[in-house]
Write a protein that binds this ligand. Structure first.
Ligand code: ADP
Ligand code: ZN
Ligand code: ZN
Length: 804
């Protein structure tokens, strides 16, 4: 008797054989099972999760050896045919396990515990007897009750005939999330009593008095701190005295917390019109063109996206709109919701597991046609895509750092070819790779040179912090910035202070001459290693002791760089005790909704200063912001990464773009110890192309992308000798198997040389054309999987590392 055979990719991560295994499909299930369904199968001594990636009638596995599928987890496939193809492509493109590629396309809820509920759509009478017996008088049953072999085909039939509906319900997270709010008492007597209790505590009295003017209100603690300037300790004491109490506010599983009003399409400027027409023409032609929309900040790129998406919806198709996680501000999602209403799903890391699943389901069931989301939304299970957009396409968050190490831009282009639809890559400061491709004609370049409301770009000033030091000013604010802040406070205009915190405390800088200690062999600053008290270059392995005096000017004013937002906040209050500051960083935005509340408060002008990290660099569009201060441009400039200058230029341009977006003119003050650096000089004139030319010249000179490709092999072990030993073996092996056109640098210690108690080494591969590369790396991985892994080695390969 012949069986249907399923090819299954199994979820086994310990010792991996990355190919599908054949399993027998029990006869009753041959009409139930489909490609893209999840199953349980026996693998060794265990029962493991697997994905059906193929169905066939024959197998080479002998009859007496082949095992059978034990459980079917999905009646409707969770993966489309496109996704199964995409997984195969991802596996090759990023050298990952196929199972990782399959898993990354699904919301985590489908990996966690959930319950499947079957709901009756018709009268009970329509049911065959076996099903009637299960439902009894109920409208709902649990999938488990149908899980017996002979009942699954029946269930499948009922679903196909729409007599019942199947829904997955994520139980584990609950449908309600809670956040902590402060509820001020309704009762004046409580306030008076607290006031008596706080007789001698001036700050507490100040807060209680303020609460007396806000009886009965419910507020986020953050907002109270900003409004009154008190600390959390003061609030805590006042709460103990009974003037207010903490409550848990429930937030339901609708990621949209409030209603938005509808907006209409704007009348486009000529530049916008030209860009839109190019895009819509290619939609009509059904070609997979990639457009690079290069438009300065405030030039109206988003309006172009919105109108292009409108056209997609008019054609009855679907659109994916990707934004970097950090710019997924409520403002951004609101702009989409106000144009397309209920047709929009939103996906980002701020949603609970359950919410993410709900949004995914809406997409899968065709209840929405637009998804606005961060990186993983590129896998949205749409089946008729008409347009894919990556806003701020240069952002490094589009690259995933775990397996599968994919770049959303590459996935977007792959899907656009599958669906024969255009891709828009939008940015004021495109990645060098993208602009180079546009110049070559691989991408189609569209340019917006004017701001949409015809405002001038803000005026940018550079504050030389070395001069400040000579004047005796050792604070983190230049005189110029303090003066500009004072003026804004007087005029009641708002400002944004940006603290660039990447690379916290990791490089050494002389405060007198601005020298950053560099590697003698590379154009890269040395990284300070706390454990060994040494400075290291992790490109070439060079190292030296931390200097006590500056090698350039012999000054003793040497320090490790880095300042926290909290410290800055304290300093602001010292300078301007009356200023109202909202701080936005990882600490103040942990709670769900906090991000949104802070921005709303700032939008309502309940604060003068928004102080924050990367999070505030993008997406903000508030009319009253007339000053942007960058506290230290240097922090990202001296990261030991060949993209450091590019990242700094991009960041400075982005933050500058927050100022003067409407009718008031904006000013930007960039503080730096290295005003002569080209990334800073060119950020001052806010002109992308001169920067591009300059940076491309340097990249060519030092053989970096986009002229060369780089790949990174990382090896780690708990024992430092083992890690070094095997990294050496990997390097030798690569040298022996790759052509002599390829440069292999290393092994060198990784910039974080020990992570989670594992020592890390790396080899950098630089190449121009090396057709064998993937095959060679795959053989290296096979060797690792077969032998090295048993020695406790972990190895990863990244073909497009976003940081090195
Ligand atoms: P970008 O995404 O390029 O930074 P935005 O799309 O945010 O620019 O546009 C900046 C501002 O200009 C927004 O307030 C937007 O509403 C407005 N705007 C954009 N296009 C137009 C237009 N054609 N007419 C009027 N206002 C526009
Ligand atoms: Zn070096
Ligand atoms: Zn010096």
């Amino acid at each position: 008797m012949s069986y249907l055979i399923a090819e299954v990719i199994v979820d086994v991560s310990t010792y991996h054989v990355d190919r599908p295994f054949d399993y027998k499909v029990p006869v009753e299930w041959s009409n139930v099972i489909e490609m893209g369904c999840r199953v349980k199968v026996p693998f060794g001594p265990r029962n493991v999760l697997g994905f059906v990636v193929g169905l066939k009638n024959e197998t080479e596995v002998p009859q007496n050896k082949i095992k059978a599928i034990t459980q079917i987890l999905d009646i409707e496939p969770v993966l489309t045919e496109e996704m199964l193809l995409m997984a195969k492509w991802l596996k090759n493109e990023t050298i990952c396990y196929e199972i990782d590629a399959l898993q990354v396309m699904l919301p985590s809820a489908l990996r966690a515990k959930y319950e499947k509920i079957i709901t009756l759509q018709e009268e009970n009478d329509a049911l065959p007897d076996e099903a009637k017996a299960i439902f009894g008088k109920r409208q709902q049953a649990n999938f488990k009750e149908f899980e017996r072999a002979e009942l699954l085909p029946l269930l499948k039939q009922l679903i196909t005939n729409k007599i019942v509906k199947i829904e997955n319900v994520v139980k584990q997270q609950g449908n309600v999330k809670e956040i902590r709010m402060v509820k001020i008492s309704h009762n004046q007597q409580d306030i008076d009593r607290a006031m008596e209790g706080a007789a001698r505590a001036a700050k507490q009295r100040q807060l209680i008095e303020w609460m007396g003017r806000h009886l009965g209100e419910v507020l986020l603690p953050q907002i109270i701190y900003a409004e009154t300037g008190v600390s959390s300790a003061v609030l805590q004491s006042v709460i103990e005295k009974g003037a207010a109490h903490f409550i848990q506010e429930e937030v339901y599983r609708d990621p949209f917390t409030k209603e938005v009003s509808r907006t209409q399409s704007l009348q486009l400027t000529d530049e916008q019109q030209i860009a839109l027409e190019a895009i819509t023409t290619s939609m009509e032609e059904q070609t997979a063109k990639t457009f690079l929309l290069h438009g300065i900040t405030g030039s109206g790129k988003t309006e172009v996206y919105l109108q292009a998406i409108q056209k997609v919806l008019d054609d009855g198709k679907e659109a994916i709109m990707l934004v970097p996680e950090i710019s997924l501000t409520p403002q951004m999602t609101e702009r989409f919701r106000s144009r397309f209403g209920e047709l929009v799903a939103v996906m980002h890391s701020g949603l609970s597991v359950g919410e993410k699943y709900d949004e995914w389901r809406k997409i899968q069931q065709g209840k929405v046609s637009v998804v606005v989301g961060a990186r993983s939304a590129i896998f949205a299970p749409f089946t008729n895509i008409g347009l894919i957009i990556l806003d701020e396409e240069h952002e490094s968050t589009y690259k995933q750092e775990d397996s599968p190490r994919y770049h959303a831009r590459d996935v977007a282009i792959w899907r656009s070819e599958f669906h024969k639809c255009p891709v828009i890559l939008g940015s004021a400061t495109p990645a060098l790779e993208s602009f180079a491709r546009a110049k070559k004609g691989v991408y189609n370049l569209l340019t917006l040179k004017q701001r949409a409301l015809h405002q001038a770009l803000p005026t940018v000033f550079i504050a030389d912090m070395r001069e400040e030091l000579q004047k005796g000013n050792r604070s983190m604010f230049s005189e110029q910035l303090v003066e500009a802040m004072r003026i804004r406070l007087e005029k009641q205009e708002q400002m944004v202070l940006f603290l660039n915190r990447r690379g916290y405390s990791s490089f050494v800088l002389c405060r007198d001459c601005g020298t950053v200690v560099q590697c003698p062999n590379c154009d890269i600053s040395l990284t300070y290693h706390r454990t060994t008290e040494k400075l290291k270059c992790h490109y070439c392995g060079y190292e030296e002791r931390v200097p006590q005096i500056c090698p350039q000017c012999q000054s003793e004013h040497i320090r490790y760089f880095g300042t926290g937002t909290q410290k800055v906040e304290e300093e602001i209050y010292k300078l301007f005790p009356e200023a109202r500051v909202l701080r936005m960083d990882v600490d103040t935005t942990k709670q769900k909704g906090a991000h949104e509340q802070i921005l709303q408060a700032f939008g309502k002008e309940q604060a003068d200063i928004l102080l924050g990290t990367q999070m505030i660099a993008k997406g903000l569009d508030f009319p009253n912001i007339t000053l942007v201060g960058v506290l230290s441009a240097d922090t990202s400039l001296h990261l030991p990464d060949y993209r450091a200058a590019e990242r700094t230029f991009q960041l400075l341009t982005q933050v500058s773009g927050r100022a003067g977006r409407h009718n008031k003119h904006g000013e930007v003050i960039i503080q730096t110890y290295t005003p002569e650096h080209y990334a800073i000089e060119l950020a001052k004139i806010q002109d992308y192309e001169p920067f591009y030319e300059r940076e491309m010249f340097l990249r060519r000179r030092s053989s970096y992308p986009p002229y060369f490709f780089v790949a990174l092999v990382q090896i780690s072990h708990e024992d430092v000798m083992m890690a070094a030993e095997y990294a050496g073996r990997a390097a030798d092996w690569l040298r022996g198997n790759l052509s002599n056109q390829v440069a292999i640098i290393g092994p060198t210690a990784a910039s974080i040389s020990r992570l989670q108690n594992r020592y890390r080494y790396q080899c950098l591969i630089k190449y121009k054309i090396e057709p064998n590369l993937i095959a060679v790396l795959q053989r290296l991985l096979a060797m690792y999987r077969a032998e090295w892994i048993k020695q406790g080695i972990l190895m990863t390969v990244d073909l497009d590392p976003s940081t090195i």
